[in-house]
Design a protein around this ligand. Structure first.
Ligand SMILES: [Zn+2]
Length: 492
C-alpha cells in the first residue's frame, strides 16, 4: 500500500461531510457505480460521471488497493420519466425503430463502450446486466415481501414506504421527509395500484403488448428499475460494501430506494460511502435533446456540431472535465474547451522536457514538496483541479530548470519524472497522445501503406487495395480518398 492511502478523505453524501476512508476489508475496496440505460447514445453528461468514477477507481488502485469495480448496464425495467408508469425506454426505442429490444441494447452498449474507451476510462471488473439477474431480483422481492415491507396487487409488487419508515428512515440519503413527500405528491388514486404515491415498484405486471417480460410467482412481468442495482451490488460486493457512486440525479429516488430495499432484506446499511458526481451544462444551460442545447461525444470529437467552432479530441475533453472537481457543476463552452486545450498543450510540453533536463550536483528546490502536494490534492476528496494546478506549478519549475534558473540532481529528476508519469497517465488517465498530423512516425508508416494501395489500384488489384483499407479501418484508421490524394483520420 502507498503511505498516502492512510490520509484519503472522501465526501460521503450520506453524512454530508468528508470522512477518512477506511475500507471494510483491509487493502480491498468494493465499488458499485450505476451504469447507463442503453436506449440511446451516451450523453456527454453521463461521460463526465463515468470519468469522475474512473478517476476514483484509478486513484484507489494507485494507492495500492485491490478494487472490485462493478458498473451495471440497465437493459430492462427503466421506464420513461424514471417513474413506475409508462413505457420501458428500451421497448419504446425498439418499437419506434421496428427492431428487437436486444438489438437496441446491443447497439447502445457498443456505443457506450466505444465512447468510454475514447475517453480512456478503464473498464469495470464486472459489468452485469439487469436482464441477466432476473432470478436474483425475484429472490429479493420474495425476501422483502416476507419481511413485511412490500405488498402484491394485481400481479405487481410495491415497496411499502410508509411501513418501512415506521422502523427505518426513508429519506436518510436525500434528506427528504416522508410527511413532506406525501404532502407534495399528487393523489394517484384510481390511476395506480399503489397504496401510497411514495411506494415504488419492485415488480410490474406486463401488459399483453409489453415485449420484455419474465415469469415470476406474481405472473409475467418485469423488475422495477431500482431493484437491479440492489441485486447486482449485493451479489458481487456483498450485503455491505465500501463505495456506491452515481450521478447526482440518481440520489433520489433511485439510491434512496436502493438503501430501503437492501435494509428491508438484509437489515444492514448496504453502503458505507455514497458518492455523487455533479452535472455538465452546456453554455450555462442544462443539456437536453429537446431544446437542441445538446452535443454528443462523437460530435465533439469530430467537430460536427453547430455549438463549437472546431473538433476537440477526447483526451482534451477528459482534461477539461478533470479541471473541475467532480462535485461541482461544470459548464462546457467553446471558450472553456479552448482554454483547456491550451493548458493541456502546456502540460504536454512541460512533461516532454523532463527527459532532457540537465542534471546538477545539487537541487535548488525540494521535489518531495511538489510530490506531497499531488497526494494532498487527491487525498482531499479526489481534488483533480488542485492536482492539475500543482502539475502546472511543477511545469514552471521544469522550464526554469531547463533554462538553468533552477537545478535538480539526476535522482530528483528521476523521482519527479516517475511521479508525474504516474499522476498524469495512471491517475488522471490522460494519454497526451499526438493528434492527427503531429505524429510523424505514424504519418510516415501510413504514407508507405497509402502508396502501396495506390499502386495496387493502378494495377487494378482491388482485392489488395481493399484489404489495406479494411485492415487499417479495423485498427481505427480511416483512409479518405480526395482530390489531393488519400488522407487518414484516427478514431478518437
Ligand atoms: Zn443504480
Amino acid at each position: 500500500m502507498n503511505k498516502a492511502a492512510a490520509s484519503l478523505r472522501i465526501f460521503n453524501s450520506l453524512s454530508g461531510s468528508k470522512e477518512p476512508f477506511v475500507p471494510i476489508e483491509e487493502k480491498h475496496v468494493g465499488m458499485y457505480v450505476c451504469g447507463p440505460t442503453v436506449y440511446s447514445n451516451v450523453h456527454l453528461g453521463n461521460c463526465r460521471t463515468f470519468i469522475s468514477f474512473d478517476l476514483v477507481y484509478r486513484y484507489l488502485k494507485y494507492l495500492g488497493y485491490t478494487v472490485r469495480y462493478v458498473r451495471n448496464i440497465t437493459d430492462a425495467g427503466h421506464l420513461e420519466n424514471d417513474a413506475d408508469e409508462g413505457e420501458d425506454r428500451i421497448s419504446k426505442k425498439a418499437r419506434l425503430e421496428r427492431i428487437e429490444p436486444m438489438e437496441v441494447v446491443q447497439r447502445y452498449t457498443v456505443d457506450f463502450h466505444k465512447t468510454l474507451a475514447a475517453f480512456n476510462t478503464l473498464p469495470p471488473n464486472i459489468e452485469p446486466t439487469a436482464t441477466g439477474h432476473i432470478i436474483e431480483q425475484i429472490e429479493i422481492i420474495k425476501g422483502i415481501l416476507k419481511a413485511g415491507f412490500a405488498y402484491e396487487v394485481n400481479g405487481s409488487v410495491y415497496f411499502d414506504v410508509k411501513t418501512y419508515n415506521e422502523t427505518h428512515h426513508y429519506g436518510i440519503l436525500s434528506g427528504r421527509n416522508i410527511e413532506d413527500m406525501i404532502h407534495n405528491t399528487r393523489d394517484l388514486s384510481g390511476q395506480s395500484d399503489k397504496r401510497s404515491p411514495q411506494d415504488f415498484a419492485l415488480w410490474k405486471k406486463a401488459e399483453p403488448q409489453h415485449i420484455m417480460r419474465w415469469p415470476s410467482p406474481w405472473g409475467d412481468g418485469f423488475p422495477g428499475w431500482h431493484l437491479e442495482c440492489t441485486a447486482m451490488s449485493t451479489k458481487y460486493l456483498g450485503e455491505q460494501f465500501d463505495i456506491h457512486g452515481g450521478g447526482m440525479d440518481l440520489k433520489f429516488p433511485h439510491h434512496e430506494c436502493e438503501i430501503a430495499q437492501a435494509k428491508a432484506i438484509n437489515k444492514k446499511n448496504p453502503v458505507n460511502t455514497w458518492m455523487h458526481a455533479n452535472m455538465l451544462t452546456l453554455n450555462g444551460k442544462k443539456m437536453a435533446k429537446s431544446t437542441g442545447n445538446n452535443i454528443l461525444p462523437q460530435e465533439l470529437f469530430e467537430g460536427s456540431n453547430s455549438i463549437l467552432s472546431k473538433a476537440f479530441n477526447a483526451d482534451v475533453a477528459r482534461f477539461f472535465m478533470l479541471q473541475a472537481h467532480y462535485r461541482s457543476v461544470l459548464d462546457l463552452s467553446n471558450d472553456a474547451l479552448e482554454a483547456a486545450e491550451k493548458g493541456y498543450n502546456r502540460l504536454k510540453q512541460g512533461i516532454a522536457l523532463l527527459p532532457e533536463l540537465p542534471a546538477s550536483t545539487s537541487s535548488s528546490f525540494d521535489v518531495n514538496e511538489y510530490i506531497a502536494a499531488y497526494h494532498n490534492a487527491m487525498n482531499d476528496d479526489f481534488n483533480s483541479p488542485i492536482l492539475i494546478a500543482q502539475l502546472f506549478e511543477t511545469v514552471k519549475m521544469i522550464q526554469r530548470t531547463q533554462k538553468g534558473d533552477e537545478t535538480l540532481t539526476q535522482g530528483d529528476i528521476q523521482k519527479l519524472r516517475q511521479t508525474i508519469n504516474l499522476f498524469v497517465f495512471d491517475v488522471l488517465g490522460l494519454t497526451l497522445a499526438s493528434s492527427t498530423g503531429e505524429n510523424t512516425y505514424l504519418d510516415k508508416a501510413l504514407s508507405v501503406l497509402i502508396h502501396m494501395r495506390e499502386q495496387a489500384r493502378a494495377n487494378k488489384d482491388f482485392a489488395t487495395s481493399d484489404q489495406i483499407r479494411d485492415a487499417l479501418l479495423a485498427k481505427g484508421i480511416q483512409l479518405k480518398d480526395g482530390k489531393d490524394g488519400t488522407s487518414y483520420t484516427l478514431e478518437s
